[in-house]
Design a protein around this ligand. Sequence first.
Ligand SMILES: Cc1ncc(C[n+]2csc(CCOP(=O)(O)OP(=O)(O)O)c2C)c(N)n1
Ligand SMILES: [Mg+2]
Length: 655
Amino acid sequence: MAIDIRTLANAIRALSMDAVEAANSGHPGMPMGMADAATVLWTEYLRHDPADPHWPDRDRFVLSAGHGSMLIYALLHLTGYARPTIDDIRGFRQLGSPCAGHPENFLLEGVEATTGPLGQGLAMAVGMAIAERHLNAEYGDDLVAHRTWVVAGDGCLMEGVNHEAAGLAGHLALGRLIVLWDDNKITIDGATDLSTSEDVAARYAAYGWHVARCDGLDAGDVRRAIDEALADPRPSLIACRTIIGFGAPNKQGTAATHGSALGADEVAAARKELGWDYPPFEIPADIAATWLALGQRGQGEHRAWQARLDASAGRNEFLRRMAGRLPEGSTRDAYLDELAAHPQNLATRKSSELALEAINAFLPETIGGSADLTGSNNTKTKAQKPLTKDDYSGRYIYYGIREFGMGAAMNGMALHGGVIPYGGTFLIFSDYARPAIRLSALQQVRVIYVMTHDSIGLGEDGPTHQPIEQLMGLRAIPNLAVFRPADAVETAECWSLALRREDGPSLLALTRQNLPQLRLERAPEILSGRGAYRLRGADAARRVVLLATGSEVQVAVAVADALEGQGIGADIVSMPCWSLFDAQDAAYRSDILPDGVLLVSIEAGATLGWERYTGRFGLNIGIDRFGASAPGDDLMRHFGFTAEAIVPKILERLE
Ligand SMILES: Cc1ncc(C[n+]2csc(CCOP(=O)(O)OP(=O)(O)O)c2C)c(N)n1
Ligand SMILES: [Mg+2]
């Protein structure tokens, strides 16, 4: 006897209740409310093959309402993914289980994105949909023609980032993006009318989206709405009216089901209400078998796709790109030879552009962009055409003034694979993008942030635009490589290191102002790869080691010159990347930062943190207040970034 959709959905409901009950922690309401809509999507529409979660042309599914993680764990389990097993689900939210509190892309195949910070899943899905269209433009319908599906909650549609993301998606006409909104009118504090009265559907229509509504608890109506969305060329928002915690007779429809276990009595009552007469974590064989069979729907399409791929001339290149492997060879060494032969005194943002000219010509997978600061960030190279709704093959995205949306979209692109996104804004506005930068790092994706105007050296725009605590704050994000190169050579090296970092994001902090090229000889290795290295050793007996980054390395050179003039030996250490230095062995680190000398840091930003290298008795030259509005050179002098200001402080310490 065929199993009806409601019964299939009840398997999700039961697993969700049971897992949350066992953990005494978690969110049963959302999976119980959306179980029917999700069942329709996963058993009738979603193109996937649980046997190969990496099938490049699979549909992407993003649970933006990540607190409802049991929904995706149940779906993956029931449709036959190797993990989570039923034991994994029993271990929901416990150490060692891949069924973490919120879905983590690095713990479970089939979890396309880490979600939980509301709104960001939807915003990442926009990036996935961009990557899909871009690769479709390059490889055609035969190899790339999938959809991106999202389940979002009221919270996702309240967070500001949904505006940036949906605006971009509408502008780029990403018609293969379909968002199912769990329109349950409940959030944690209670009914949504406590805090919002906007017309979400009208707002999305204004973005250029198609909007449909359905009864999310009626499979037939969900099907109708999805069919409507599929037929419409615009991105679609489907408002699914649901009841949070559906099936729990005394608690459904209330915030009480949102984020805590229902309790034994209510779980028992829900089992009765749903007609689910089975023990916890037990799925009857016929229901499990039906789910499993429905999970295999995509196998034929997968096989047909594989045959097309195998017959395709672009096969190897396509697979290389999807695997995220860089091609053989590099343009870096030739470029570094060129800089050694013809030194360049340039702002590092300009050096970055020059490096990018070589990189973008060599790597077809880069997609650049900027949040409306293209001319300032120097992110666009000459041959890059814009990616638009009329030409998705373009490799440059005008993100508009949407720093957070840009970061999240880049995360989605990187998660999708096949492309390497980089995008620019001013370093100060890393604060606007920071939640996405954090998720780049957590998700271990190769996203490259190009952040220019990296200090008071930017000058006249004043304290609102002058980063102070940003660099240090970014260095505190685990698995984010923060690079602050000192000249054109280091900038090229740092770009190379960022591109080769497959399992994490990088951020390049670059100057607005010109800097001299300090590295004039071709080094036998990529010195920036050490994180910190001796740019110049002491001449006289060494008593001082100067540690500096970016534009302050030239200041360290002037300081060292002045000290040497007085017979005081000083090493100059350029430190473009803390985290790479920290990864060096102890012998290297203590060679660069020896005992028995005065260690001095020089960086035009917050000093907090430099003590880890200079020690308590070192000297930290920085800025622990907001900047000021004046020409950059004047500010550097005013804030003491000159040999005249720094040398006396060092002499005082040496006495
Ligand atoms: C950015 C962010 N802010 C706050 C939270 C905490 N939080 C988790 S779920 C939730 C309520 C979300 O409401 P809704 O999306 O309607 O989910 P439902 O209660 O319907 O399951 C909040 C505030 C979060 N996860 N992310
Ligand atoms: Mg809600």
